[in-house]
Design a protein around this ligand. Structure first.
Ligand SMILES: [Zn+2]
Length: 158
């Protein structure tokens, strides 16, 4: 059994509990504490990669998973996360500038890499859903094709 925490999207319940982990542009009114797509809510809620306390929170979550699940892997998700909120968030823009990231796609690669390092620092290997963009992952990382159309691309990327 492999534990999965899906980041940076699929975080509606987290958005209600810890709105400070989200972009300034996130509008959280009317959200229900469920995962997936909430009927009538068109936006995706992504944690803000510029909010440092969010990484501390996820480090604590990973430590808890390590204590519960013996698997050598922890799945970080990474799927279904359009970066629209990051493109208009002042904190994200400031961080992109500080890190010399040219766009939100590079920001996603930075964020996923940082989350992967949290998993590795806790003695486990990170897994991801494959999102049709090789630049999001680092060499040697394991990705899973989660719908049939992208399977060939995932094999080529591997
Ligand atoms: Zn942000």
């Amino acid at each position: 059994m492999i534990a999965e925490i899906d980041v940076p999207s699929h975080t509606q319940a987290l958005a209600l509990a810890y709105p400070e982990f989200f972009c300034e542009t996130a509008h959280l009114d009317g959200l229900a504490p469920c995962t997936g797509i909430q009927k009538g809510v068109k936006k995706r809620y992504l944690v803000c990669p510029a909010k440092e306390p969010m990484y501390k929170f996820y480090d604590a979550v990973i430590k808890e998973l390590v204590a519960i699940f013996p698997s050598k892997d922890i799945h970080l998700g990474g799927d279904e996360a359009p970066t629209t909120p990051w493109e208009s968030c002042p904190s994200c823009a400031k961080q992109r500038k500080e890190l010399s990231l040219t766009d939100a796609k590079q920001h996603m690669a930075y964020f996923l890499g940082r989350m992967a390092e949290l998993v590795k620092a806790n003695g486990r290997e990170p897994l991801f859903w494959y999102e049709l963009d090789d630049s999001l992952y680092r060499e040697g990382e394991t990705v899973f094709a989660w719908y049939a159309q992208c399977s060939d691309d995932a094999v080529v990327a591997a």
